[in-house]
Ligand binder design. Structure first.
Ligand SMILES: *Cc1c(COP(=O)(O)O)cnc(C)c1O
Length: 587
């Protein structure tokens, strides 16, 4: 069986179910949805990730919004099955033995895609080496590089040990897995009985590799000092020696050279650095960004490379809440197998859509009131904002002018707001953002109720994206490569009020699928437009959305219907995986 798998999908994080805390945000959730869609559509895929035994953290917030992180104790054996095979990698001259744990993702027709979680916690390894698969995005760059050796090099070796011999395509979901290219080069050379890599090997590897870049934000592009790289992975006998590349051609092809990188000078200066993004760019035959606009931005960042775009999508059956599942089951049977058929949502009677929405909303409001005692009202227009607390997402934009917001709610119609999201443990700006939201919550508490739910995860994401009336999205363009939570909302008939960035550039039809904030600027430099965007946001709420919600309910429901029909039917993972298959995997 294993030898029939032809696509290997590598991702540092993957979100499969709430109890398996091996994801931090959008990248991992997308990886989970990709695998689920591949299973539905019987794509012969196998996936590889790290175990992250200590989990991506449990978030607690104090009364002022101060975040405290705790490791998540999860029982690996409750979810995954240990495989008997072993593989190893060499780090700093030491051998690290690896095992893997298997999770089967079952598609709608029963086809399964196995996901292997790599684990270094074996008694044969030193105490420190045993911790290398504990923390997602934890530790320093040395720890991180060791993890990337395990994912990229260890991942390929584990697949071989498990009997996957016929993989034709290696898909790197972000640059964390780029080192797999070096293992593949080494395999090519070894196959030919050589000790060094030649141009033909590079061509052979490029044919096999696909690279998806996921963010213009510099922290998302790993780079490591070459002396660290030398210390960690080379030189050694069984591996093509990165430090001994005498051929100029090879250096150029593998590490790239001086292309301009718009405002991200740190990534640009590759002097003495191994840049994982360039490694993947140079060794992949197909490269893509995750929305059309992100494709454009990526082409500006990485001049000289052909970069396509495949817009992200979410797994419809996973992200549609129970009330809407039942509604679709009766009006659009087969929607789970064929997400495109959601375009027929326009024929669902308005009243039934409203009833389903009200059920989903009630589930959310009850949960919030139970958890936070926020006293939210199910009849009040509810805005939702839940995502990683990262500065560029500007979770506090709504509170740019609290007096104006107070006024809008008092005069145009009541609003209330639901928040959730974790800040990365080392992201001080993100942590400040949560505190700012807590300050606004306190200032507004008599007039605009605000709730912040702790410990955002898959389950909470489903509850919030399906239970609010409007999905708010306020990134600083062009930094939101795609964004996927608005797509989850769309599947539940929840329209977006969003800055024109990422997927919303494609999904937005003003007043039909939702509403825009600000203009669609295609500028490539990062410019702060905080107050223009805030005022556009207030204007849309006051003049358009609140009057529509309270005064013209039927027209509001029409927007909900078009949200499902136009956006739910397209921004789903079935469409996305089909584009990967046709454009990248078997191209
Ligand atoms: C969908 C999801 C995200 C990604 O949301 P964005 O809108 O892309 O920021 C992050 N975290 C969780 C838990 C999610 O379910």
């Amino acid at each position: 069986m294993n030898d029939q798998r032809t696509v290997a999908y590598f991702s540092m994080e993957i979100g499969l179910e709430t109890g398996i805390p091996t994801y931090s945000g959008g990248l991992g959730v997308l990886a989970g949805d990709t695998v689920r869609a591949a299973a539905d559509l019987k794509v012969p895929m196998v996936a590889v990730t790290l175990l992250h035994r200590k989990g991506y953290f449990y978030q607690r917030l104090d009364a002022g919004g101060g975040q405290r992180e705790e490791p998540v104790a999860w029982i690996v054996e409750d979810f995954l099955a240990e495989m008997p095979q072993r593989a190893s990698v060499t780090v700093e001259g030491r051998t690290i033995l690896l095992r893997s744990w298997k999770y089967e993702v079952k598609g709608i027709g029963g086809f399964q895609v196995p996901v292997y979680f790599l684990d270094a916690d074996l008694p044969e390894n030193s105490d420190w080496d045993r911790t290398l698969t504990d923390f997602l995005y934890g530790g320093d760059s040395h720890y991180r590089l060791c993890q990337e050796v395990i994912l990229g090099i260890g991942g390929v070796r584990m697949l071989r040990a498990l009997g996957y011999e016929n993989i034709e395509r290696f898909h790197m979901n972000e640059g964390h897995a780029s080192l797999l290219t070096l293992e593949l080069l080494d395999e090519e050379a070894r196959k030919a009985g050589r000790r060094s890599v030649i141009r033909d090997d590079i061509e052979a590897v490029r044919k096999k590799c696909i690279f998806t870049t996921h963010t213009p934000v510099s922290a998302g592009h790993d780079q490591f000092p070459l002396d660290l790289v030398r210390r960690v992975i080379g030189p050694r006998e069984d591996f093509f020696d990165l430090t001994d590349m005498t051929s100029q051609e090879l250096v150029r092809r593998v590490l790239g050279e001086g292309e301009e990188f718009f405002d991200l000078k740190t990534i640009l200066s590759r002097g003495g650095l191994l840049n994982m993004t360039y490694l993947a760019l140079n060794l992949s035959h197909y490269v893509n960004g995750v929305a059309k606009k992100h494709g454009e931005v990526s082409r500006l960042m990485f001049g000289g490379y052909v970069i396509e775009a495949i817009t992200n999508g979410v797994h419809a059956a996973t992200w549609t809440a129970r009330p809407f599942q039942e509604l679709y089951d009766s009006y659009i049977p087969g929607w789970r197998e064929d997400n495109f058929s959601l375009r027929y949502a326009l024929s669902i009677p308005r009243q039934e859509v409203w009833t389903a929405h009200f059920r989903a909303k009630k589930d959310l409001i009850l949960h919030i009131n139970r958890e936070t005692n926020a006293g939210l009202d199910v009849d009040v227009l509810t805005l939702g904002f839940a995502r990683r607390a990262a500065a560029y997402k500007r979770g506090d934009l709504l509170f740019h002018d609290v007096e104006r917001l107070r006024n809008i709610s008092a005069k145009a119609g009541l609003i209330q707001v639901v928040y959730a999201g974790k800040a990365h443990p080392q992201d001080q700006d993100g942590k400040e953002l949560i505190k700012k939201i807590f300050v606004a919550k306190e200032i507004l508490k008599q007039d605009v109720k605000v709730a912040y739910l702790e410990n955002y995860d898959l389950e909470l994401a489903k509850l919030i994206t399906s239970g609010v009336d409007i999905w708010l999205n306020t990134p600083l363009p062009p930094l939101e490569a795609s964004g996927t939570s608005g797509m989850k909302a769309a599947l539940n008939g929840v329209p977006s009020l969003s800055v024109l960035d990422g997927w919303w550039v494609e999904g937005h039809i003003e007043g039909v699928t939702g509403w825009s904030i600000g203009k669609n600027s295609r500028r490539a430099e990062v410019k702060d437009e905080q107050s223009d965007d805030a005022s556009s946001l207030y204007h849309k709420l006051e003049q358009v959305i609140i009057p529509l919600f309270y005064g013209e309910r039927d027209r509001f429901i029409d927007v909900m219907l078009h949200t499902i029909a136009l956006n739910g039917s397209f921004f789903n993972a079935h469409r996305m995986i089909q584009q990967y298959v046709v454009n990248a995997y078997f191209h």
